[in-house]
Design a protein around this ligand. Structure first.
Ligand SMILES: [Zn+2]
Ligand SMILES: [Zn+2]
Length: 213
């Protein structure tokens, strides 16, 4: 494909292939070369623009990757997994916490909405986090109480969960009654929020930077 090559000194140009041979006379402005006594090379503005655009794209991509790595380093999945590992050993479970219990963390698209699910048989927990740490950790502990008790929302489940909350946060949540499940959940969140304010949210370990290629 022919492109326009221009002399940077006099501005005169010609059409030449995008990669002319080194001894191709179209690479050089002969008028200016004769005048200065040295070879004056023409430049190809289209190629310069393409090169600059590629450099900008690369810089942009690196910046996006760095921003994402930084966000990931402090994101919920890691924090929740650290608490999940710690809380498996709570006394509240009385040694019944299932070995094979696993955690999957998803991030909620709805701001402030955290929800969870626990497969009672396997102890596989899925927690959808929100940006509210109290709510997300309350959800995790709730699901872990399901895994430990292998029961749904039974009185025994609630008793175990209350004990676990007290063990974690040093404070009792509202006892649950048949009519106050919502109030109970709210009070669990409040207790967890207060606890996080007191002790500070755990910071996940900063990942070891990958060696530059
Ligand atoms: Zn020239
Ligand atoms: Zn539940």
């Amino acid at each position: 494909m022919n492109q326009r090559w221009i002399c940077p000194t006099c501005g005169a140009g010609c059409l030449a292939p995008s990669r002319p041979r080194l001894d191709d006379v179209r690479r050089y402005c002969l008028t200016c070369s004769k005048r200065t006594g040295r070879l004056v090379q023409r430049v190809c503005p289209a190629q310069e623009r393409a090169r600059q655009a590629a450099t900008a794209r690369r810089a942009d991509k690196v910046a996006r990757q760095q921003a994402k790595a930084k966000a990931d380093a402090y994101s919920w999945p890691q924090v929740l997994h650290v608490y999940f590992r710690r809380w498996r050993k709570l006394d509240a479970w009385e040694g019944t916490y299932p070995e094979r219990s696993t955690l999957v963390v998803r991030h909620s698209q709805v701001k402030g909405h955290s929800s969870g699910h626990c497969a009672l048989w396997t102890g596989r927990i899925v927690v959808t986090t929100s940006d509210d740490p109290g709510a997300s950790l309350a959800t995790l502990l709730h699901e872990m109480a399901h895994a430990a008790s292998r029961e749904g929302h039974t009185p025994r489940f609630h008793a175990i969960l209350l004990t676990a909350i007290e063990e974690v946060a040093g404070e009792r949540a509202l006892p649950v009654s048949r009519h106050s499940r919502f109030a109970f959940q709210q009070s669990v969140r409040v207790v967890m929020r207060r606890w996080i304010e007191r002790v500070g949210l755990l910071q996940p370990p900063v990942p070891v930077p990958k060696p530059a290629l």
